[in-house]
Design a protein around this ligand. Structure first.
Ligand code: C2G
Length: 129
């Protein structure tokens, strides 16, 4: 089984997130997910509806996810890839090319995003309800 690693905020968890995580899990067989902490999301300029504890619990509850780790900053990816002996680092293709510098450590893949759904759209919908 190959170890796959990814990161994300996963706010208002939706089928776009699930599609991506299941596709990543299928690539290797063991999927580790770094969930952005509330502090890191502030750094990313992302306001979340759901706090870290609940976002991490939802992701950890998924059948296709083997482990959840906190993502506290942009710089931890290299250390995580080494620490967890990662074979494949993957993200949705809105990140295409952004993590190619990790290619000396492991395979880097960008998978298609799921169109028509995003946490931002859900928040917009909630606003008008
Ligand atoms: N995603 C997707 N389809 C969507 C929405 C998101 O495939 N409709 C993917 C994104 O491409 C990303 C993952 O789901 O790979 C998580 O998305 P976000 O929660 O928006 O995460 P992001 O803010 O991109 O954080 O260090 C990396 C960052 O933590 C990534």
């Amino acid at each position: 089984r190959k170890v796959v690693l990814t990161y994300g905020t996963f706010d208002l968890f939706h089928v776009g997130h699930l599609n991506l995580l299941e596709r990543l899990a299928d690539l290797g067989g063991k999927l580790i997910v770094g969930v952005s902490t509330d502090e890191f999301n502030e750094l990313k300029g992302k306001r979340t509806v759901v706090d870290y504890q609940d976002r991490a619990r939802i992701v950890a509850g998924l059948k296709c996810v083997d482990a959840v780790i906190p993502e506290e900053g942009w710089e931890q990816k290299r250390a995580d890839i080494v620490r967890y002996d990662v074979d494949i680092f993957g993200m949705g293709h809105d990140w295409e090319g952004k993590f190619d510098e990790l290619r000396d450590l492991c395979e880097v893949v960008y998978l298609p995003r799921t169109d028509g759904v995003s946490s931002t759209q859900i928040k917009e919908l909630l606003r008008v309800l």
